[in-house]
Design a binder for this molecule. Sequence first.
Ligand code: KE4
Length: 431
Amino acid sequence: MLDHSRSKDLYAKAVNVMPGGVNSPVRAFRSVGGNPIFFQSAKGAWLTDVDGNRYIDYVGSWGPMILGHSHPTVIQSLWKESRMATSFGAPAEVEIELAEKVIEMVPSIEMVRMVNSGTEATMSAIRLARGYTGRQKVIKFAGCYHGHGDSFLIQAGSGATTLGVPNSPGVPPSIAADTLLADFNDSESVARLVREHPQDIAALIVEPVAGNMGLVLPEDGFLQALRRMTEESGIVLIFDEVMTGFRVAPGGAQSVYDVAPDLTTLGKIIGGGLPVGAYGGKREIMEHVAPAGPVYQAGTLSGNPLAMRAGLETLRLISEPGFYENLEAKSAKLDAGIKANLEKLDMPLYTSRIGSMLCLFFTREPVLDYEGAKRCDTEQYAAYFQEMLQRGVYLAPAQFEAAFLSAAHGDEEIEQTIAANYEALKAVRDR
Ligand code: KE4
């Protein structure tokens, strides 16, 4: 067993000063048991914890670390930027540079506003949709997670499901009443809501590839149906690409499925590991955002030069020729290795993958929506997580997440992961 004594000591201190000892619930290992691990450093595909144990990392800070941790070019650019300033609270050229890069990479985005988290991006996007349309209601999908804004904590995925609170206390019923729930991959569930609430739906927000109930891909025609129905009804279509943006392709999931939303929300990779979110889209809609228009949204550290610089350098590096092809080859190799292990062990578990996002579901049924995800055996996932941890592989401490590869994951890491996966699955099977 790995020695985690310093992590244990630190957690005992942490729980006295922070709720649950963490600054974000899913990190607390509540659904996988045991003590959360405290980390000391990270480089490339590797994490080192405070007890000196090393792990191959498949959380990647929940998505941002597509280059791998502490990429030298990003670190160097941050060092240079920090010698000039850390924050102005006033315009800086690097904000324009990042905005231009985002607009270049995501054609549906004509104008963009930087914020400080994915939650801020999604909260602002629905406020903008409500201000632009003069309508009130928002459609979301059960199992999708759009951050912790009040309107979204209705059948929310990710940590909300992991901790069993998909509908959080503290959300006023009046707010919840304006959030309409549909089922992922079920366009008829959307059509029904549109029929029931003609002219009163401001926005439909969806993760075009759902990464917060495990990884659930859109079935053929689903996203196209959402585009058609929202177009016909004057509903603002918002693709929440906080996780998939710059992850599944340079232009995000919308470029993979060739569906252009009205607004896109971004986060994670756009900050290169520093706190950045963004929302953007059609100029005609974005021009309603203050101070250009009346829809108010603001932020002390929005456009912060350090965060902008880390994001810009990251987007420049992932735009280099061959980056995604390389990432795809690594991801396909890992996926094939896991599938071969499941075959050898006669464990027909369901898996999903798109690019460098993968998921192993502890269920034999295909997972196409939230109901399917909730059928997973989270106890088995917990056992699998611990077996992998002991073998030096750090996975999301929750079944309802995705695993992320980075460009820094090489053959050595992938082969070590496949070997650990075989042993861990065997241990779970034979429990
Ligand atoms: P943040 O506010 O956590 O930056 O972004 C919220 C968000 C919005 N939209 C999508 C599609 C997201 O996946 C997220 C955040 N993702 C989770 C992981 N599934 C963040 C990890 C955490 O909550 O600690």
